[in-house]
Design a protein. Structure first.
Length: 450
């Protein structure tokens, strides 16, 4: 019903009016209402409603967008759309984005191998509607290259990214310069989208129809062979991102500027320093100037404050940032089991762009400083808004936050396509042993406001 061209290929967008009947029947599943309105207005944050996405076979979903993309899905359903959530025009509707697709880890001879059970999967922008206790897919847009080819989720560069393997970790797969591990999403006023990616890390501008317009990467990345424009416009210090810990969060300020967050502290000067650090970096990007205009140092709380069950500092991540107004963000600090939301003002005097802290040779590095402020580094101030880990009904691995009202949030979890790590992720028949974790959109009321 809503076809559009990608190169010369006709592409059918995945809309409710054009979805196969069998898929429509599978979408709705029972959710849980976790509290009715009471006569007295609550004074503490609480979950009000949660809704779940049902089973949509991944091959059916992908091939309805770009025919022939997926040969077989090994029993995997659509998932991973919880990488981020951004309000659409109508109440209860949101734009979401998948990550790179089903992937896991299997240890072979003492070495962990990254597996891609559905290597043809094309990351997609997915529009959803929350209706009662169900999440419904009402539209989807596949990501494509300049010539209309699908963008896979496979790693880009040998020696920099993890080597990709088949579902059983026995056979290597090809690298793909076009591949993206998409995470955050916002929609611009002109209808185009901005995404962030973990591989580069990169900022990606996408047309309203899913074509990659420009991929902005760090200086010195030297990505060759991509079938879309690649521009080295980000600080080279970002080349020191941890594996699978590039950009995961993206916000759009009212004036149009973008703020992206590196998921974890950089590995400067090495992995040990990055794993022990609690200092992450946020960057401000001007689409008009096509340049980074500011960089900020952000300090996590101690890991056992964010998650009392965790003592490994390297588990701290920033997975969502949301603009509250022209100069204030809502920043999510999380582990896989807990999350806290902080109100963070961006101030001009906190800008460290172009300073010695962007030089990997600076010693000690920003990431190594126990007290950056004592070394003259301005650190962003923050104030706790809500500790999601203290609320009943919050799923694990929250990666997307959207503000839906003065005191209401919509949060979404990443269910990893129902995958787990290890050889037990797939049965003897090569089909997924589903984890049972569902994609959920959960509404949280914060009575004291944001």
């Amino acid at each position: 019903m809503f076809p559009h061209a990608a190169g010369r290929r006709r592409v059918r967008r995945y809309v409710s009016a054009g979805v196969p009947l069998a898929v429509i029947a599978a979408v709705a599943v029972a959710g849980t209402a976790t509290g009715a309105q009471t006569k007295d207005r609550p004074t503490e944050p609480r979950v009000t409603t949660t809704a779940a996405l049902g089973d949509i076979p991944l091959a059916e979903f992908s091939n309805s967008l770009l025919p022939g993309t997926v040969d077989g899905d090994r029993g995997v359903d659509l998932g991973g759309i919880g990488s981020d959530i951004y309000p659409a025009d109508r109440e209860g509707e949101f734009w979401t984005v998948t990550d790179r697709g089903p992937n896991g880890l299997i240890t072979v001879d003492g070495t962990k191998r990254r597996t891609f059970p559905v290597p043809g999967f094309d990351p997609s922008i997915v529009k959803i509607r929350v209706s009662g206790a169900t999440v419904k897919v009402i539209d989807a847009i596949p990501l494509t290259t300049s010539s209309g080819k699908p963008v896979t989720g496979l790693p880009n560069q040998e020696g920099r990214d993890e080597a990709p393997y088949t579902y059983d970790a026995k056979a290597p797969l090809r690298y793909d310069a076009n591949g993206l591990d998409t995470e955050g999403i916002v929609r611009a006023k002109d209808g185009s989208f901005w995404l962030v990616d973990e591989y580069g890390p990169s900022l990606v501008h996408v047309s309203a129809h899913g074509k990659i317009l420009t991929r902005y990467v760090p200086h010195g990345l030297q990505l060759r062979g991509a079938d879309y424009p690649v521009v080295e416009a980000l600080p080279g210090i970002l080349l020191h991102r941890k594996l699978n810990r590039g950009f995961e969060a993206l916000a759009q300020l009212p004036g149009g500027d973008l703020v992206m967050a590196v998921q974890s502290p950089l590995s400067v000067p090495d992995k040990n320093a990055g794993d022990a650090s609690v200092t992450a970096r946020l960057l401000r990007f001007s689409p008009m100037r096509q340049a980074v205009t500011a960089e900020y140092a952000y300090r996590f709380d101690s890991v056992n404050v964010v998650d009392p069950s965790e003592d490994d500092t390297s588990e701290l991540k920033i997975s969502s940032v949301v603009a509250l107004n022209g100069d204030t963000l809502l920043v999510e600090e999380r582990t896989d089991k807990a999350a806290r939301l902080q109100r963070v003002p961006l101030t001009p005097d906190a800008n460290i762009l172009g300073t010695a802290w962007d030089d990997a040779a600076t010693s000690p590095s920003l990431e190594q400083l126990d007290d950056p402020a004592a070394s003259g580094v301005p650190v962003l101030r923050k104030r706790l808004v809500v500790d999601l880990g203290t609320l009943d009904g919050i799923p694990g691995k929250i990666e997307g936050i959207a503000v839906t009202g003065r005191d209401t949030l919509a949060i979404i979890n990443d269910n990893d396509f129902g995958m787990t790590d290890g050889v037990g992720a797939f049965g003897a028949d090569g089909r997924l042993v589903d984890s049972g974790v569902e994609t959920r959109v959960t509404y949280v009321q914060v009575p004291k406001g944001l």
